[in-house]
Structure formats: structure tokens, C-alpha cells
Design a protein around this ligand. Structure first.
Ligand SMILES: CC(C)(COP(=O)(O)OP(=O)(O)OC[C@H]1O[C@@H](n2cnc3c(N)ncnc32)[C@H](O)[C@@H]1OP(=O)(O)O)[C@@H](O)C(=O)NCCC(=O)NCCS
Length: 401
């Protein structure tokens, strides 16, 4: 591969694994637990890793695996899921990340994969590479003792306590049903389940091992902890396929005695605040992004998802990092899109990072236009584009990588 300033890029081999692991621990400031060390190679195979080498020492790394991810309309696309992007603190800000990313994205283009995705450590790095934040999560804290369900809130029951060992098959089956209908949900590899079911000490952050609640159409994994003289339950994963499972599981979570607070992560369209008598009790303490997305092939990506209204428009997409941009005609009928390169004049202009943010339906085109990150010919063009790109439900990251 490429060589710049004495730094060589090459594909990784089995013998590089200890150095890649050490680099990740230094860069992220943590130590992996044994179940992670055993399962990461199954999750992100070594032959998908690209390393930067200086005088025989590994000073940079990136890796990906092809993921199946759900898009609006409950269809799926293939995406390159990028992980463990690291450059040694001794070698920063001399273009190693840029060189690694160039090689990695060239490979993704050659493979014809229409999307790349990841979770970002910082918000300022990845826009230049054409990525935009593509989901919104609200961290919430609920004063459990005060929480009361409205008389009209469903009370379907059906929840049981379980152990992680006993509930594994159920959890996997429900997750798989859930991810098929939620934009942003990825199919989950065995190696990731192996890590979750081993419940590594590092994931606990001082809290208990995982407690489990199950419902025929849902499950909750949560931890208990004493913090500042208060008992807190932190939801590690909540998956409900039906509104009944959602209400039933929250009823049990909020009736755990000897517990002051429940902390969880909700999408904007989660109905929990509407199920309780005092919606302010579901207090948002932070808002953050989970998934980031970059469109690699505009026609393939835009014709893979569905749309909320018919549309006939022409858009120019700018891609300063790769060559995926251009001018495209987008025609939608009954939710289904055709997208082709065109020489017709554009009605809308936007960066490919903005397209990544709109793709799963978490962000609105009209808000990007207000920030001058979409330029539209007129208000009618913008309104139609804005409505068409919304989704039937808020997207959510399926599993963190
Ligand atoms: C983030 C990291 C990979 C950057 O590596 P690097 O080799 O120093 O990056 P480069 O020199 O190739 O920089 C590429 C571009 O990103 C910018 N950039 C890099 N790190 C940045 C940061 N932390 N904040 C803002 N911009 C950053 C550079 O200015 C450069 O911009 P330009 O090419 O448009 O001029 C490295 O600092 C690191 O390992 N950090 C800790 C682990 C981490 O956060 N990994 C990312 C996981 S998603």
C-alpha cells in the first residue's frame, strides 16, 4: 500500500494482533477484559485491518466488517462498519488517519458497499471525511419513587425476571426481530453476543453484573449501583418490538423497590414520558449521537430506503474526501426511489456528510437549510425534500462497535 514520510501502510496479519491491541488500549485509555480479547478477532477479522508501520512498529490502525443495517422502510443495506481507529500519541497530526482512511475507503469503493458507518470518539474529526451523525440518543434519569403511570397506560403484564444465562436465546431472538424494523439496527454477530453474555468487568464501570427482565416481545438488561448515597439502576439495553412490551417492561423497571433512580437512553419518539402522569420526571441529562454514516454510492444508498412522500428533484452532493458526489435526479413514487446521475440543473445542494445525517431519518433537511448546510432553490423544493426524508420511526444504533 502507500508510503508517506517513512510510514508504510499494509494489511495486518495474525502476528500484528498484540501490537494492535496495545495501541487501542493506549489510545482509548483502557484495558480490554479477557472475553473481549478472545472475541474481537471474530468481530473484526485481522484480514480486514490496515496498519501504519514506522520502523517496524505499528503506529496506526483501522479495521471494518461488512454489516447488514436496517434503513427506513425496514429494508437492509450492506455497510462497512469501521472500528478501533487509532494513531499512536507519538505520531499524531501528521496525516496517518487520513492515509489509513483513504486506503480503507478505496477498498470499500472497490467492494461496491454503498455505506460506511461507525461510532465517533469526537464530534469534530469526521465531517471532513463525509460522515454525519445519524442517530440521536437522549440520556434520561427518572426519579423512580415519584413515577406513576397514567390510568390509560397499558398494563399488559407478561414480564419475568431471568438470569443472563437462561435468557440468552430469548434475547438474541428478540434483538433480531427488533433490528429488522428499526432504522440503524444492525444484524448482530455471535462474537458480540459472546462479549455481552460474558458481561466483562470493564463494561460494569463499578456497577453490578447484568440483571435481566424478559417479555415475549422484549427484554431489558440493567445494572444496579450505589452512587452518592443513592441506589441507581442503569439500563444497558432495552429492546421492545411492540408498544405492549415497552409499557410492560417500563412498569416493572419503575416498580423496583429500594431504588431511587433509573437511568436509560431514549430516542425522541420513545413514548415513556407520555405513559406517566408527570412527563418531567423523564429528565433528559444529555443528548448525543450514536451512529455516524457516510454515503459511498449515492444512487445505491438513496434507492435502498423508502420515503414518506412522492418527490421529483435534482440534488448536487459535494464529496471533498472521495468522488461519490455529483448531480443526481431523485424520483420517488409510493415510497420507492429511483436515483440516477443527471446533467439537469440542481434544485438542492448539500455536503455528503449532511446526506449521511439525513439518511436514517434522525435529522431534518429544513434544519440543515436553516444552518446554511443545504441550499434549496425555493421553499417548496425544501419542504418536499424535508418531508420525503423523514422516517416512520426514529433510528437507533443496534449494537455499539
Ligand atoms: C483521532 C486520531 C485517530 C487522529 O489521528 P491523526 O493521525 O492524528 O489524524 P490526521 O493527522 O490524519 O488528521 C486528519 C485530519 O483530522 C483532523 N483531526 C485529527 N484529530 C482531530 C481531533 N481530535 N479533533 C479535530 N480534528 C482532528 C486533522 O486536523 C486533519 O485535518 P485535515 O486533514 O483536514 O487537515 C488519533 O488522534 C487518535 O488515535 N485518538 C485517540 C483514539 C480515537 O479517538 N480514535 C477515533 C475513534 S472513532
Amino acid at each position: 500500500m502507500a508510503s508517506t514520510n517513512g510510514i508504510t501502510l499494509r494489511s495486518a496479519t495474525e502476528s500484528d494482533w498484540p501490537a494492535i491491541l496495545e495501541l487501542a488500549e493506549v489510545c482509548f485509555g483502557m484495558r480490554y477484559d479477557q472475553p473481549e480479547i478472545e472475541n474481537i478477532p471474530g468481530l473484526f477479522p485481522i484480514d480486514r485491518a490496515i496498519v501504519a508501520v514506522d520502523e517496524g512498529r505499528i503506529v496506526g490502525h483501522t479495521v471494518d466488517r461488512t454489516m447488514t443495517i436496517t434503513v427506513p422502510g425496514a429494508a437492509t443495506v450492506q455497510a462497512a462498519g469501521v472500528s478501533a481507529v487509532t494513531v499512536a500519541p507519538t505520531h499524531r497530526r501528521r496525516g496517518i488517519l487520513r492515509a489509513l482512511y483513504t486506503a480503507q475507503h478505496e477498498r470499500t469503493e472497490a467492494e461496491g458497499i454503498p455505506l460506511t458507518i461507525f461510532t465517533a470518539s469526537e464530534g469534530t474529526i469526521y465531517g471532513r471525511f463525509g460522515y454525519g451523525p445519524a442517530t440521536v440518543e437522549n440520556a434520561v434519569s427518572i426519579d423512580r419513587a415519584q413515577a406513576e403511570f397514567r390510568p390509560t397506560a397499558p398494563d399488559p403484564g407478561g414480564v419475568r425476571t431471568s438470569t443472563l444465562a437462561a435468557a440468552q436465546d430469548h434475547i438474541r431472538e428478540v434483538y433480531d426481530r427488533w433490528r429488522r424494523v428499526v432504522p440503524g439496527g444492525q444484524a448482530r454477530p455471535d462474537a458480540n453476543w459472546n462479549i455481552w453474555f460474558a458481561d466483562p468487568e470493564r463494561h460494569r464501570e463499578g456497577a453490578s453484573s447484568l440483571f435481566v427482565l424478559t417479555h415475549p416481545d422484549g427484554y431489558v438488561l440493567y445494572r444496579r449501583q450505589w452512587r452518592n448515597d443513592e441506589s441507581v439502576a442503569t439500563v444497558a439495553e432495552f429492546r421492545a418490538v411492540t408498544p405492549e412490551a415497552h409499557a410492560a417492561l417500563w412498569r416493572v423497571l419503575l416498580s423496583l423497590d429500594l431504588l431511587k433512580k433509573v437511568e436509560a437512553s431514549l430516542t425522541d419518539d420513545d413514548p415513556l414520558p407520555l405513559l406517566v402522569t408527570n412527563p418531567r420526571l423523564v429528565r433528559t441529562t444529555a443528548r448525543y449521537d450514536g451512529l455516524w454514516a457516510r454515503v459511498m454510492d449515492v444512487p445505491a444508498a438513496l434507492s435502498a430506503r423508502t420515503y414518506q412522500q412522492d418527490l421529483d428533484t435534482v440534488l448536487t452532493v459535494q464529496d471533498p474526501f472521495r468522488n461519490a458526489g455529483g448531480t443526481f435526479a431523485l424520483r420517488v413514487r409510493d415510497g420507492v426511489a429511483e436515483c440516477t446521475p443527471t446533467s439537469r440543473p440542481a434544485e438542492l445542494e448539500l455536503g455528503i456528510d449532511v446526506l449521511g445525517s439525513l439518511y436514517f431519518g434522525a435529522h431534518r433537511a429544513r434544519v440543515f437549510a436553516a444552518a446554511n448546510r443545504i441550499q434549496a432553490k425555493d421553499a417548496g423544493v425544501l419542504r418536499a425534500f424535508d418531508t420525503a426524508f423523514t422516517a416512520e420511526r426514529d433510528p437507533e444504533l443496534g449494537w455499539f462497535f
